[in-house]
Design a protein. Structure first.
Ligand SMILES: Nc1ncnc2c1ncn2[C@@H]1O[C@H](COP(=O)(O)OP(=O)(O)OP(=O)(O)O)[C@@H](O)[C@H]1O
Length: 385
């Protein structure tokens, strides 16, 4: 009985919750929020495309957080869980600090997003909550973009490009299922897959041939020379995807033995086959960003790996600059600062909808990274409101 009680009253650091009177300061506006735990609620995707709906159209960018479970290394090291999800929206980070007299105390940080997934959420749960409005948008002729941002090893590839239940395959299932309907019989599906590595674009479906991002007369970005495959089923899409995935640049980092060192971009394009030249009808873009990291956290002595890390961070910084410009409604958004932002331009302007999934580790040993990631994503979140 005692141990049950102490579990309820103490957090992972042994600090009584009662010291905070059940309230936690919110980082953004210093409001105090209550911290009740609410069960994750599912929102099942319906395979019906509604006509354009004004309310949904206003929400161009949806920002979520996904906390992964502690992994076996972290469990072995006895890392503690330092991240809590409340009410499916708020992420609370417990940062352990030491006073000058060496007594421990906890700094509580709280961030609110459009949605926050706890470590028990599956990819299907994430998709059910976020995918329906993106599918709807694509079938109404728009561009939808899903991307994952987060520290290396936090679960970006697992979420986006896991061949079993990654968001891309869950979306593909829905796309091919909708295409069975008579009213979409004029649509055909084409896929392409490329990576951005060290500022260059490589076609993953064509022996990693170098390709180039260009803007056409309408300032639309197109990738010149990128191969496209017409696809008739989800299984076909999967086998083409696997071919491309195996060509991606990965290496071992401190926190991930199979770390993506490039940004991977998988595109599913719906074309109107009833018209000449098959104009694009709608587009779904899945982006698995390379992991954000700090050079100081890694022991790399290999020049190539150091250069990779610098390039990754440079492009993520460029992404942040673009977000800031959009946030401040600047006349000029510096999309040309990196290849990543150049090819993502369509995801931010025009008839576009974007869902950013911020992946975080729960471990007490990754607090700095987690806070950086959440601050980055939170900035993003408020920039869209
Ligand atoms: N939500 C999750 N549930 C279970 N396992 C997970 C989850 N997220 C990630 N993992 C596991 O954690 C490990 C690292 O995940 P992943 O490769 O997706 O990280 P990443 O963020 O893409 O890293 P990098 O930026 O280095 O490529 C993998 O073994 C993956 O299976």
């Amino acid at each position: 009985m005692d141990s049950v009680q102490s579990k309820r009253l103490l957090d992972d650091y042994g600090v009584p919750y009662s010291l905070n009177s059940g309230s936690i300061p919110n980082e953004k506006n210093n409001r105090f929020i209550k911290s009740p735990t609410e069960k994750y609620t599912k929102n099942i995707t319906k395979l019906e495309v509604k006509e354009k709906d004004q309310k949904n159209d206003n929400e161009k960018i949806y920002v979520c957080v996904r906390k992964r479970p502690l992994n076996s290394n972290e469990i072995k090291r006895e890392d503690k869980n330092a991240v809590y999800i409340k009410e499916n929206k708020t992420v609370i980070v417990h940062e352990q600090k030491l006073k000058l007299d060496l007594t421990k105390y906890i700094n509580y940080h709280s961030f609110t997003f459009d949605y926050a997934f706890d470590s028990d959420a599956s990819n299907k749960d994430v998709y059910d909550q976020t995918g329906a409005s993106l599918i709807e948008h694509v079938f109404n002729g728009g561009t939808a973009t899903y991307f994952c941002y987060g520290q290396t090893g936090s679960g970006k590839t697992y979420t986006m490009m896991n061949p079993e239940q990654g968001l891309f395959i869950l979306a593909a299932k829905d796309i091919f299922s909708l295409l069975q309907k008579e009213k979409y019989s004029f649509i055909s599906v084409y896929i392409s897959f490329y990576e951005i590595y060290q500022g260059q674009l490589y076609d993953l479906l064509n022996n990693k041939k170098k390709v180039y991002a260009r803007e056409d007369n309408n300032q639309q970005v197109c990738i010149q020379g990128l191969s496209e495959y017409e696809c008739f089923s989800e299984n076909e899409l999967m086998s083409i995807f696997i071919n491309g995935k195996n060509s991606r640049v990965t290496s071992t980092t401190g926190s991930n033995p199979d770390s993506s060192r490039s940004h991977g971009i998988f595109q599913v394009v719906l074309k109107d086959k009833s018209k000449k030249n098959l104009p694009i009808y709608g587009k779904f873009v899945f982006i698995d960003l390379a992991g954000s990291e700090r050079g100081a956290d890694r022991d790399d002595t290999d020049k190539q790996t150091i250069l990779e890390g610098q390039e990754i961070n440079k492009s993520l910084l460029a992404l942040k600059e673009c977000i800031r410009a959009i946030d401040q409604e600047s006349k000029h958004t510096p999309f040309r600062q990196s290849k990543l932002t150049q090819v993502l331009k369509d995801s931010f302007i025009g008839n576009s909808k974007t869902c950013m999934i911020t992946t975080i580790s729960p471990s007490s040993m990754n607090i700095d990274h987690t806070l950086n990631t959440l601050r980055y994503a939170h900035r993003y979140s408020i920039s869209t409101k």
